[in-house]
Design a protein around this ligand. Structure first.
Ligand code: NAP
Length: 388
């Protein structure tokens, strides 16, 4: 089920709110009436975190978040490939030496953020859990595993209830997060039956090297030099092309399939119909998505705008008079998903469908920030025992 508590999403924003949220959980469940026995004041203890993939695009964002949330963190361990081992990275006021992965390297770690690709997660996440760490995994390795919760804190934080000890928790694909942060508040009220999505995906979604290549193509163009095309095998500058993931037998690429399957898992609704066309555009950072929604019950435009104005993680940018709507440059480096172009879908019965356009920083809300918020949920729920 989608979590219907509005405060649940809103409460993940600051430590102070989180403390209040924790009290709410205790009040609602009673100390021993729920499945878990909650620790009295979890926010008083600091934790040790590890970032695997610390030198990558998502890793850099984790470091940025850790730099501003350092007070909550006792110790930081950074991991990357053996080529980066020994490099020093500044995290807030600390200088941390990058390590390579090795047996027992997660001993003493409370939460390990994995963003080094599917293969590394598959190989090392179970070992981290074996060492007693929670794993918050940004790769696709475990997302569709029935035993692994797939969580967007603003949407389905309660999915964490299935974990009663350190486990792997999966972060959804970036396009799914950007879409569902915007759409779920409407889904809770009028139930989305069908969703069509067209993405406009930035270079950053393909990692730090892809961002560098787009910038270097711009530089080469200005200097009348041949462009390097190592990452996508084609000119990216002034171009757009179908998403670079593998295309399956039914003609959908992996990014498009993820939007269907992850939405169904997160909403716990196998009947919702989702179709997507995913495209790379020559934007350095932040994805946009044109989203069409068909509802089971009526949802008019003004109602949707009001719901979205109050939704956690959403900022409405819908200025028709000045033609100002969500843009990747406005979303880049920011927390909220920008939502605009909210309007009736003329192809459906009045009130039964909406169109909108969203922009979200997919390295931040689409990966690291969502990962960090999951870690905050883990901390707030810090399970110390199971009640009957
Ligand atoms: P990236 O920029 O290419 O970074 C990859 C990271 O993995 C680097 O830190 C790299 O270290 C590290 N790595 C490579 N081999 C390793 C090894 N053997 N041991 C330890 N670390 C190793 O990629 P990214 O964009 O950050 O994406 C990382 C993961 O997050 C992927 O699974 C991706 O699907 C997922 N994700 C990305 C985004 C996004 O917007 N970019 C969004 C959601 C999820 P070196 O620098 O030493 O090579």
């Amino acid at each position: 089920m989608v979590d219907s508590s509005r405060t649940l999403g809103a409460a993940v924003y600051t430590t102070e709110l989180f403390k209040r949220k924790h009290l709410t959980i205790q009040f609602q469940n009673g100390k021993r009436s729920g499945r878990f026995l909650w620790r009295n004041s979890p926010m008083t203890s600091k934790f040790t975190v590890a970032v695997v993939g610390a030198t990558g695009a998502v890793g850099a964002e984790f470091i940025q978040i850790l730099s501003s949330s350092g007070a909550l963190v006792d110790r930081i361990r950074l991991f990357a490939s053996p080529q980066s081992a020994g490099r020093k990275i500044t995290v807030g006021h600390r200088e941390v030496v990058v390590e390579s992965l090795s047996p027992h390297c997660f001993d003493g770690v409370d939460v390990a953020f994995f963003s080094a690709g599917k293969g590394i997660s598959k190989a090392w996440a179970p070992q981290a859990v074996g060492s007693g760490a929670w794993v918050v995994d940004n790769s696709s390795a475990f997302r569709m595993d029935d035993q692994v919760p797939l969580i967007i804190p603003e949407v389905n934080a309660s999915a964490l209830d299935s974990c009663d000890k350190p486990s792997i928790v999966a972060v959804p694909n970036c396009s799914t997060i950007v879409a569902l942060v915007a759409v779920t508040p409407l889904h809770r009220v009028a139930q989305v039956k069908r969703m069509t999505i067209a993405t406009y995906q930035a270079a950053s979604g393909a990692g730090a090297a892809a961002m560098r290549e787009l910038l270097s193509q711009a530089h080469d163009f200005c200097n009348d030099r041949p462009m390097k095309t190592d990452i996508f095998g084609r000119q990216y500058l002034f171009n757009c092309f179908s998403h670079n993931s593998t295309v399956g037998v039914e003609g959908y690429n992996e990014e498009e399939s993820k939007l269907l399957h992850e939405t169904r898992k997160i909403w716990n609704d196998s009947s919702v119909r989702v179709t997507a066309t995913c495209v790379r555009v020559p934007v350095v950072r932040a994805h946009c998505e044109a989203i069409g929604l068909e509802f089971a019950s009526a949802m008019i435009e003004s109602q949707a705008r009001e719901i979205l104005r109050n939704a956690p993680g959403v900022q409405v940018v819908d200025d028709r008079a000045n033609n100002r709507f969500p843009e990747p440059l406005d979303a880049a480096g920011k927390d909220p998903v920008l939502v605009g172009r909210i309007r009736a879908d003329w192809s459906l019965e009045p009130g039964m469908g909406l169109q909108m356009f969203v922009a979200g920083d997919q390295i931040r809300i689409g990966a690291a920030l969502t990962g960090w918020r999951i870690a905050e949920l883990i901390r707030a729920r810090d399970v110390v025992g199971i009640t009957s």
